[in-house]
Design a binder for this molecule. Structure first.
Ligand code: BJW
Length: 227
């Protein structure tokens, strides 16, 4: 399972680190349905700007190494499920295939009236807020606080957590639920738990192996050592 720390070395700020995305706005407002309802233009512009900046960034060595693990395990007849909290789609761009987007995507916009999803809207959007043909607005296709995670993403996550031999938590502060509980869900039934993070988190003392360091250094090194 990955979090914003995996994309930090691609130039995408994390949420909670100093100078992170949320050092400039109030997250409980901008990442909430209430914030969008009250300030649709500001919230749309903020997400549209983040989407544009993501498109200017490229996957880093951690993204590529995770895609490589998936390919190598497939060659051995194994499976690899990449649960990501990230909304930047850099894992897809690095070649990962079995990606579960827990918190949606910055590249998807959803009509507030019909639920229709679009990932082909121009960047930047011509208007903030952006009207939909059905008379609603296009909202970012991300999961805000208080919203349910997509059902299919939750199902795929719990299936993987119920069967995996190894569970890794990479570059996440492990404070946002339900993702924050995933490592322990798998460890409780016997999976080996590994954390890779440049700082300590609430799960650091509970995993079997906590590896301190930057994801773009440690994950490729793991691949090199494992094969
Ligand atoms: C590096 C590095 C490098 C840096 N290398 N490492 C149970 C208990 C308590 C509360 C709840 C609960 N269940 C639900 C809740 C409420 C809430 C929640 O968890 N609140 C907590 C804050 C307490 N959860 C929800 O509302 C979720 N919905 C839900 O559960 O629905 C049912 C329900 C609702 C209400 C009540 C009960 C049930 C939805 C959560 C949606 C989260 N959405 C966001 C915003 C997405 C849109 C956007 O992009 O704007 O998702 S929040 C934000 O945090 C974003 C991230 O995906 C998520 C996690 O952040 P992440 O990735 O961990 O980033 P950071 O910045 O926190 O950490 C980066 C880490 O990387 C750090 O540790 C660095 O050290 C490290 N790092 N560089 C390696 N190079």
């Amino acid at each position: 399972m990955t979090g914003a720390g995996v994309s930090a070395e691609s130039g995408i700020p994390t949420f909670r680190d100093k100078d992170g995305t949320w050092s400039k706005v109030d997250p409980m407002w901008f990442a909430s349905p209430e914030g969008f309802a009250a300030q649709p233009a500001d919230v749309t512009a903020w997400y549209d700007d983040r989407r544009r900046k993501c498109l200017d960034c490229a996957p880093n060595a951690a993204h590529h190494a995770l895609a490589e693990i998936e390919r190598r395990l497939a060659d051995l007849g194994g499976t690899f499920t990449l649960l990501t909290q990230n909304v930047d789609r850099l894992h897809h761009r690095a070649g990962s295939r079995n990606v579960v987007e827990l918190h949606g995507s910055l590249h998807v916009w959803r009509c507030t009236k019909t639920g229709e999803e679009r990932d082909d809207l121009p960047c930047p959007l011509p208007e903030h807020p952006m009207p939909s043909p059905a008379g609603g607005l296009y909202r970012p296709g991300v999961v805000w606080f208080g919203e349910m995670l997509p059902e299919d993403a939750l199902r795929a996550s719990y299936e993987a957590l119920a069967t995996c031999d190894i569970v890794m938590s990479i570059g996440t502060s492990a404070v946002v639920y339900p993702a924050a509980s995933f490592v322990e869900v798998a460890m409780e039934r016997g999976a080996v738990g590994i954390e890779i993070n440049k700082d300590a988190t609430p799960i650091t003392d509970r995993v079997d192996h906590a590896i301190p360091g930057a994801a773009a250094t440690i994950v490729p090194e793991l691949v090199r050592l494992a094969w």
